[in-house]
Design a protein around this ligand. Structure first.
Ligand SMILES: [Zn+2]
Length: 179
């Protein structure tokens, strides 16, 4: 499937459905240098990759953030439910990014295993088993397709919550909307 990334360089670029929502505010903070508002409680739940190359520019208290490889929230459901049920958020921004390490995990199998043996003191067979048991569950295939499938899954699971599929480019530190 072919998907389009919508760049947001001015307020009018923000898709209508996100304008005047916490998702629009996130896009403005990150891309448009909007001055920070004051928040007494979180307005948004952000799901994003654990990757170290990404930094979000936003005010304190604005958002809950769950970070996990590939922005995969499948094993974080309780935390998502908590942010909604107790935290009161009604919007989720799901942020994928380019050059994600959760793509093509099999190519990093040896590195993964040897790194655990050398760095963490694991036995080789234990490290191998660990990789084989869990790599498939964490593989995302393609960054954009995965974010879209996670978006669909979360929209079904939480029908009244607005979920926005977004994309972070590590070269320019900007957020893009996935159309
Ligand atoms: Zn990643």
């Amino acid at each position: 499937m072919k998907h389009k990334l919508i760049s947001v360089a001015k307020k009018a670029d923000i898709p209508k459905e996100y304008r005047n929502t916490p998702i629009g505010a996130l896009l403005e903070y990150q891309n448009l240098d909007r001055s920070f508002d004051t928040y007494a409680q979180a307005k948004l739940l952000i799901g994003m990759c654990m990757d170290n190359r990404k930094h979000l520019h936003m005010p304190e208290n604005f958002a809950f953030i769950i970070r996990s490889g590939g922005a995969n929230l499948r094993s974080s459901e309780f935390k998502v439910s908590y942010a909604i049920g107790v935290g009161g958020v009604r919007h989720i921004a799901l942020i994928g990014h380019n050059h994600c390490g959760m793509v093509n995990l099999i190519s990093r199998k040896e590195e993964f295993i040897n790194g655990l043996v050398k760095g963490a003191g694991w036995r080789k067979d234990a490290a191998e088993e660990h990789f084989l048991n869990l790599a498939l569950m964490h593989e995302i295939g393609n960054e954009i397709d995965f974010i879209l499938s996670e978006t669909t899954r979360l929209r079904k699971r939480y029908p009244k919550i607005k979920v926005a599929p977004l994309f972070y480019k590590v070269e320019d530190n900007r957020l893009y909307c996935i159309a």
